[in-house]
Design a protein. Sequence first.
Length: 401
Amino acid sequence: MDIILTVNYSPWSRYSGGGQRSTHNLGLSYSERGHDVTVVYTKPPWEQIKVPADLPYQVRWATFFGLWSRRAAPLRPLNAYPVARTVRDVIQEADEPVVVQCNGEEGARIPDLRPDLDFGLVATPRYSEYPAALMQKEPLSAWTRVRLFLTEHKYLAQGDIARKADRSVPPSAYAARMLHDAYGIPDDRLDVVHNGVPREFLEYDHDPAAVEEGPLVFFGRFAKHKGVDTLIEALEHLGDDAPPTRIVGRGVLEDELRTQIDRLHLNDRISFHPWMTHHELGEALREARMAVLPSREENFSLAILSALAVGTPTISTDVGGTPEIIDDGNTGLLVPADDPPALADAIHRLQSNPDDARRIGASGQSHVRNHLTWAVAAEQFETLFGDILQERGLSQASQPL
């Protein structure tokens, strides 16, 4: 079969996040399984983006409506039209049955290509939360629809494609429940395929001595939902027992977090470090005492997968799809979100019991490397794609290698 993936931006754009990296890793894995793969990314026509020369899949660019590939782009919903035109061109060139896999709002106009073209269509929504108005059982009022269109259009677009796709396949059972509640997607058109760990982290193994000598590490965006402020408060609770801590990342809350650290007199314990590449993070996690990722909301966190894959003892929160990744006390530790004392207790447990920390790290690493890789995800998607093509009466001309 031929597989087309779509996503706004690209892994090499000025703005890039989990959706872009997930799409790229799926493209690599499908190609390795013998499929012809095209990935449709978006960018302004004048933006120069350097793409690796050794990609095993084909890249097509659709127009991004903005001056640059920035997260804040008010005309971004219009990207769905050039994305659909580009997908149409690729389908018309294909020699085998086609499945289109959309990451999000950029795929909103792809269902319009039917019935002129027949193809399988899969939506892979990755949002960790949805507007409260969509989660209510009552029909949306006209005013609410207008407000959502003006302020949260991406969620309306996501709903359109989720309803029209052959399957909606979020990365967690938690997200599947949200899709059902927000958009009324029936259970027989919902499947779950977990995210895989970014490949680079599979190259690193945790140093067992680090559980007694290394720093605590947080990495991610400095945003409210990532819970960095909760970590800082937990360190204040630990007092003199607080381990040296590296906060790695960037974001709009950096000044606020620095002020909080000053106020709590933790400057001698906490240091900030700029955004790192995956390889730099892999090395940082290899040498870390523990990773602490105390999010207030998550879908199926690539950051948690990354820390676990290295074998770093990891603490996170029991929100969203995280309990589908971490078996509390076995592959990691889970605490309630927004609970600094509970987080402080978990940090103290790991640093006061190094043998237990090593056991937890090794168990988490084994779980991720055996069950939560993009190779595993690609195989599961491939089976689903075959079912969809059969349901649509499209013969599967090629088989995976």
